[in-house]
Design a protein around this ligand. Structure first.
Ligand SMILES: [Zn+2]
Length: 52
């Protein structure tokens, strides 16, 4: 049993690991852990900048 996600392009269920929809070729945005950490640090920096 594999997990699926709904494609915003064609509303079909595709594999969660798929980077491109096999039906409509929609490219799923990749959110890597590194990108998430970068956003997290930017938010922290902004909070510090606002507070101090
Ligand atoms: Zn699709």
């Amino acid at each position: 049993m594999s997990k699926t996600k709904e494609c915003p392009g064609c509303a079909m269920d595709v594999d969660t690991d798929a980077e491109i929809c096999p039906i409509c070729q929609y490219e799923f945005p990749r959110q890597s852990r590194a990108a998430q950490m970068t956003i997290f640090f930017l938010i922290i920096l902004m909070l510090l900048w606002i507070l101090f």
